[in-house]
Design a protein around this ligand. Structure first.
Ligand code: FAD
Length: 280
């Protein structure tokens, strides 16, 4: 299908929200080391035959259309043999597995996907064969920036609700907000959140102007998700036992924060990216 027709077929539904998308890269034996993925797509006339499985796929249950990273050339180097196929979830041989039970992020589904002799029209290839890894890396930069922005917003939100809470909670004859520990802890967090804001205010326009900000975007994802988790943890402490109850928003901010340091590139992987760009 020419690119124009493909866009006409898929994009209106994606924009209106009727077509739900997913991106399936991770496999049971290929997470951080994505280049080792082993789901294959073998050409058979005007189709690819896809075999393999994916894990931890956001929207895996709901998705109508999934961008799947597959190996189209087993003889090429690990990075060069990867391509991207858009696979409709009603395709024969496409099976949705379990909706995995997570400790947080319960509002979204995270699923396994299985491909068993799944026939996919060749026209569903996105871009050029063998260029899939490059496309993924290119878009991961934006994803990492967005993760950083979300982390910043969650940290600021946790700080705001905690400031409200400590003003109202009374113990030992005064409000929690009047204890020096509370004041210093929240002052420290507020300082870091302010720094995060300045960092992002500088970074977003640079990214939008097309500058090479791989190093800074990696810093944003790594540092802001660490800040998000630290903030959620320290703020939850201020709520005492109430903070451990699901009824309180801070408990959700805490469990949802944990995974941010793992997906979108584990923070250790991002530190490696930063170190490489320091020419160490
Ligand atoms: C809720 C959720 C949603 C997700 N959504 C998607 C999705 O939509 N699509 C998708 O394709 N994937 C998705 N993932 C998968 C996610 O991207 C992977 O979990 C992540 O890349 C880590 O891979 P892994 O779990 O296999 O851990 P591994 O690769 O086994 O890594 C385990 C740990 O090893 C350490 N580590 C890894 N590499 C290095 C290194 N180079 N140096 C030092 N230490 C290192 C890190 O601490 C890491 O956490 C999702 C995961 C979760 C939990």
């Amino acid at each position: 299908m020419p690119v124009k027709r493909r866009k006409k077929k898929w994009i209106p539904g994606c924009i209106s929200g009727e077509t739900i998308l997913a991106v399936a890269m991770t496999e049971p034996d290929a997470g951080s080391d994505l280049a080792s993925l082993s789901t294959t797509a073998v050409r058979d006339g005007d189709h690819y035959i896809v075999n393999g499985s994916k894990i931890f796929i956001s929207n895996g249950q709901l998705a109508d259309l999934c961008v799947v990273a597959v190996r189209t050339d087993e003889t090429a180097s690990p990075h060069a043999g990867v391509s991207l196929l858009a696979i409709e979830s009603n395709s024969k041989g496409y099976r949705k597995g379990t909706n995995l039970k997570k400790i947080g992020m319960r509002a979204q589904d995270t699923s396994e996907l299985f491909f068993d002799e799944c026939r996919v029209p060749v026209e569903n290839l996105l871009g050029a064969e063998g260029e899939g890894f490059k496309y993924l890396m290119h878009n991961l930069q934006q994803e990492r920036l967005v993760l950083g922005i979300g982390a910043y917003a969650a940290a600021e939100g946790a700080l705001d609700i905690t400031i409200d809470y400590v003003k109202g909670r009374k113990l030992f004859g005064k409000t929690l907000g009047k204890f020096q520990n509370t004041r210093f802890t929240l002052a420290e967090i507020a300082t870091k959140v302010q720094l995060a804001r300045s960092f992002l205010d500088d970074l977003i326009p640079r990214h939008m102007a097309g500058e090479d900000v791989v190093r800074e975007v990696s810093m944003a994802k790594y540092w802001l998700t660490e800040l998000q988790f630290e903030t959620a943890d320290k703020c939850l402490q201020m709520f005492g036992g109430y903070g451990y109850m699901r009824e309180y928003l801070i408990s959700r901010l805490f469990v949802d924060a944990r995974v941010q340091r793992i997906y979108g590139g584990a923070n250790e992987v991002l530190k490696e990216v930063i170190a490489r760009r320091l020419n160490i």
